[in-house]
Design a protein around this ligand. Structure first.
Ligand code: FES
Length: 512
C-alpha cells in the first residue's frame, strides 16, 4: 500500500490491503466525504450507522496520508498541555477537551470490541519524565493541570524504560494500536453498511445548487449530496484556516532490541524541545520499539535525512539496539491556539460543508473525535463539542501571537527563499539521488537526479500561493515551507493545500 513519502512505514509493511475501489453505482448521496484516512472512514462509518448514505472520494488510496505515517499513540493527555488549554480556553473548556479525548479513545475501543478488530489495541499508561530542574518545574505545571481537568495522574519513581530522569509522572488510560489494521476493518464495516468509496479520484469542484452540493471529480462525473466533509488533513485552497495552521514533520524509527524485556508496555515521553516519544508495537509475535521526535517546520530543515542520525544516536544511548528496521517521517498541522478546528467550514455560504484539521500530534484521537462531532452535526444538528472546536472561533489572546509568528514565517519564506538559490552551470554537477533548487540557464529549477541518473525538473513555485518548495532528501519529495503542500519528484501533487502539481521542464528542449 502507498503513502505520501518514499520511506516505508512499519504500518505499511505490516498490512495487507484490500482491492482498490473506484466503481460506484449512483450519483446521489446524503453526504460526500473527501479523504479516506482515519477521519474520513470513521465519519463515513458513523454516518452509515445513523442511516445516512455516503460516498468517500480519495485522491490516492486508503490511508495514503498521515494515517500511514503516524506513530499511533492514543492519548487523552494531549500535545497541547492542559495548563495551556486552561490558560487559553478556561478550566471548563479544558475539562471538556479532556472529556472529548476520553470519548474518542472509548469510540476506538468500542469499534475494536464490536467488530472484533485484531489491531494490537491496548490500553496502557503514559509516562512523562524530566531530566533537570527547569523540566521539573514544567512537569509540575503539567501534573497540576492534568489533575485539574479530572484525569488520573501520579508522581512515580518507576518508569518502564532505561532513561535517566530526575522526576516522572504517570497518567492512566492511554492507548496504542495499529492504525492501518484498524482502518481496514472500519472500511469493511462501512461497506457492509452500504457506503460507497472511490479511490484515485480527485475532487475538482464543489458548487452549491438548490440547497444541495454538486461535487465534480476529475473524470467529469458529478455527485450530488446534502453535505460535504473535507477530511483531507488540511483543506485545499486558500481560506481563513490557511493562516491558522502550521505544518510540521515528525520522524519515527523502528528498532529491534537485544533484550526482549526492554520493550515498554506503556507510552513514554521526554520533555526536550522537540520532545521524543516511545512505544512498542507487536505484529505476528514480533516486538518493535518505535521512537519518534526531531519535529521541525515542513520544508525548513536543510537535511531532513540527518534527523534519523540524531534520533538513532539518542535511542542507542538508552537501549541495546539489535538493528534499525524502519525509519520514516510524516506530517501534522498545529493550530494557532492549541486545539483542532472541527465543524462547519468557515466562510462557506451554507452550513453544509464541514472540515476537520489542525490535530497536532494527536491525529488518531482527534480524527475519531472529528467523526463524532461532524456526524452529530449532520445527523442531529448539534454537538456538545461544537463551540469549543469550531473552526470559526476567534481566540484573540490565545492564538494571536502564534498567528503572527506563523504568518511572518510564511512571508519570510515567500521572499527569502528566492534570494538564496545556488547557480549551477552543468547538470552533471548533481549527484545521483540528490535534489536541489538551482539557477540554471536563467531559470530557477527544482532538479532531482534519480538512482539511475535520470533528471527530473520542476518549476519550484508552489501551486498554492507561490512559495519556493524545498527538497526533502529522505521522503524524496518537494515540500512547501509555507503551508505544507508536498509534491513527488516529478511534480505530481502528494498532499494539499495545493490542488494541482508543479509545472515541469523538458530539459532536452529547455521548454516548460
Ligand atoms: Fe501554500 Fe505552498 S503550500 S504556498
Amino acid at each position: 500500500m502507498k503513502r505520501d513519502g518514499a520511506n516505508i512505514s512499519y504500518w505499511q509493511d505490516t498490512s495487507e490491503w484490500c482491492d482498490f475501489k473506484e466503481v460506484v453505482q449512483q450519483n446521489d448521496y446524503d453526504v460526500v466525504i473527501i479523504g479516506a484516512g482515519l477521519t474520513g472512514i470513521t465519519t463515513g462509518l458513523m454516518l452509515q450507522k445513523a442511516g445516512k448514505n455516503c460516498l468517500i472520494v480519495e485522491a490516492n488510496t486508503f490511508g495514503f496520508g498521515t494515517t500511514s505515517g503516524t506513530s499511533a499513540h492514543l492519548n487523552t493527555v494531549l500535545d497541547t498541555p492542559y495548563c495551556d488549554l486552561i490558560a487559553n480556553f478556561g478550566k471548563e473548556n479544558a475539562i471538556l477537551s479532556a472529556n472529548a479525548a476520553k470519548e474518542a479513545l472509548k469510540i476506538i475501543f468500542n469499534h475494536v470490541q464490536e467488530f472484533e478488530i485484531s489491531c494490537d489495541f491496548a490500553y496502557c499508561d503514559g509516562y512523562m519524565y524530566a531530566t533537570n530542574e527547569d523540566e521539573e518545574k514544567e512537569l509540575k505545571k503539567i501534573y497540576d493541570a492534568i489533575l485539574e481537568v479530572g484525569l488520573k495522574v501520579t508522581y512515580t519513581d518507576d518508569i518502564p524504560g532505561p532513561m535517566d530522569k530526575t522526576k516522572a509522572i504517570k497518567f492512566e488510560e492511554q492507548g496504542r494500536f495499529h492504525p492501518l489494521l484498524y482502518l481496514q476493518a472500519l472500511v469493511e464495516e462501512y461497506e457492509k453498511l452500504g457506503g460507497d468509496i472511490r479511490e484515485r479520484t480527485t475532487v475538482t469542484e464543489i458548487n452549491e445548487e438548490n440547497n444541495r452540493q454538486r461535487v465534480t471529480v476529475d473524470n467529469g462525473t458529478n455527485y450530488h449530496a446534502d453535505a460535504v466533509v473535507y477530511a483531507t488533513h488540511t483543506p485545499p485552497g486558500t481560506h481563513l484556516l490557511t493562516f491558522k495552521l502550521a505544518p510540521y514533520r515528525s520522524y519515527v524509527m523502528g528498532f529491534r532490541l537485544k533484550d526482549d524485556n526492554q520493550y515498554p508496555e506503556d507510552l513514554i515521553y521526554d520533555m526536550q524541545d522537540p520532545f521524543h516519544y516511545f512505544r512498542k508495537a507487536t505484529y505476528q509475535n514480533q516486538n518493535i520499539l518505535l521512537v519518534g521526535g526531531q519535529d521541525h517546520k515542513t520544508g525548513q530543515h536543510p537535511n531532513p535525512e540527518f534527523n534519523f542520525v540524531i534520533l538513532e544516536a539518542f535511542v542507542r544511548k538508552h537501549y541495546a539496539v539489535e538493528e534499525v528496521v524502519y525509519r520514516w517521517s510524516s506530517q501534522y498541522y498545529d493550530s494557532t491556539d492549541g486545539l483542532p478546528y472541527i465543524g462547519y467550514f468557515p466562510g462557506k455560504k451554507s452550513k453544509q460543508q464541514f472540515v476537520a484539521t489542525g490535530y497536532s500530534g494527536n491525529g488518531m484521537i482527534f480524527s475519531t473525535l472529528s467523526a463524532k462531532i461532524i456526524s452529530d452535526l449532520i445527523v442531529n444538528g448539534s454537538s456538545e463539542y461544537e463551540k469549543l472546536f469550531s473552526p470559526g472561533r476567534i481566540k484573540p489572546i490565545a492564538g494571536f501571537s502564534n498567528f503572527i509568528t506563523e504568518n511572518f514565517n510564511v512571508a519570510k519564506h515567500l521572499i527569502l527563499d528566492r534570494l538564496t538559490i545556488d547557480k549551477i552551470d552543468d547538470l552533471a554537477d548533481l549527484a545521483k539521488g540528490e535534489g536541489k533548487i538551482v539557477d540554471y540557464q536563467k531559470h530557477t529549477i527544482g532538479l532531482y537526479k534519480d538512482s539511475e541518473g535520470t533528471l527530473l525538473a520542476v518549476d519550484p513555485v508552489c501551486k498554492h500561493a507561490g512559495c519556493i518548495v524545498q527538497w526533502n532528501n529522505t521522503e524524496k519529495s518537494w515540500d512547501c515551507p509555507c503551508h505544507g503542500a508536498r509534491y513527488a519528484p516529478n511534480g505530481d501533487l502528494l498532499t494539499g493545500p495545493a490542488t494541482e502539481g508543479l509545472c515541469t521542464y523538458n530539459l532536452d528542449e529547455g521548454d516548460e
